[in-house]
Design a protein around this ligand. Structure first.
Ligand code: SAM
Length: 190
C-alpha cells in the first residue's frame, strides 16, 4: 500500500469491519467518495447512513450513487452529525460496523463551512456507543485550514483517553510532510 495515500489506508481499515449486509455511517458525506465506497462494501443487503449539512454535497452524492446503481441502500440526511444517535434510533438501527469522518470543508465548496470541534466530539462519542464489537471508527484530520489544528487536537485528546479494555485507538501520520492529513483509527474490542 502507498504510505502517503491516507484515504486508501482509511478504507482498508474500514473494510476489515464490513461484510455483506453490514450497516455503516458516513458522518461527513462531502462529494460522496466515502459514501460510495461504503455502499459497495456493505452490498445489496447492507445499509449506509450519510450526514452532511450542505445540500450541495448531498445532491452531488445522490448523483454519484445513482450512477453506480447503489442509491437504494443509502439514506442521506441533511443534518449535522451530532444527530447521528437520534437518527439511527428513529430507524431502529441499534449498532453499526463502521463510522467514517473526513473532517474539514467540502473540496471545491465554501471553505468557511467546516466541521467544528464541539459537534465533532459529540458525534464521535455517539459513534463509540453505536459501533459493534469488531467495528471501526475512522477520522481523517486536516490542520491546514483555520480551526483545523484545534479540531484535530480535540479529537486526539478525546481518543487518547479511551479505556483500553474496550477500544484500541491509533494515530497514523506522515512524518516528512507538513500539514498532510492524518488518520485516527478506533476499533471496538471483541
Ligand atoms: N468524505 C467526503 C468525500 O469523500 O468527498 C469529504 C468530506 S469534506 C472534507 C467535509 C464535509 O463535512 C463537508 O461536505 C461539510 O459540509 C461537512 N460538514 C461540516 N460540518 C458538518 C456537520 N456538523 N455534520 C455533518 N457534516 C458536516
Amino acid at each position: 500500500m502507498n504510505l502517503s495515500s491516507i484515504l486508501s489506508f482509511t478504507k482498508a481499515w474500514v473494510k476489515e469491519s464490513l461484510f455483506e449486509g453490514a450497516v455503516a455511517v458516513d458522518a461527513t458525506v462531502g462529494n460522496g467518495n466515502d459514501t460510495l465506497f461504503l455502499a459497495k462494501a456493505v452490498g445489496a443487503k447492507g445499509r449506509v447512513f450519510g450526514f452532511d449539512i450542505q445540500a450541495q454535497a448531498l445532491n452531488q452524492t445522490r448523483s454519484l450513487l445513482i450512477e453506480a446503481g447503489v442509491e437504494s441502500r443509502v439514506s442521506l440526511f441533511q443534518r449535522g452529525h451530532h444527530r447521528l444517535a437520534e437518527t439511527l434510533a428513529e430507524t431502529n438501527v441499534p449498532s453499526v460496523q463502521a463510522v467514517m469522518f473526513n473532517l474539514g470543508y467540502l473540496p471545491q465548496g465554501d471553505p468557511s463551512i467546516t466541521t467544528l470541534p464541539e459537534t465533532t466530539l459529540t458525534a464521535v462519542d455517539q459513534s463509540l456507543n453505536l459501533i459493534a464489537t469488531g467495528g471501526t471508527l475512522t477520522l481523517v484530520l486536516y490542520t491546514g485550514h483555520p480551526g483545523g489544528e484545534e479540531e484535530a487536537s480535540a479529537v486526539l485528546e478525546r481518543l487518547t483517553t479511551l479505556d483500553p479494555r474496550f477500544f484500541d485507538s491509533a494515530h497514523y501520520r506522515l512524518l516528512n510532510r507538513n500539514r498532510a492529513p492524518s488518520l485516527v483509527i478506533v476499533r471496538k474490542k471483541k
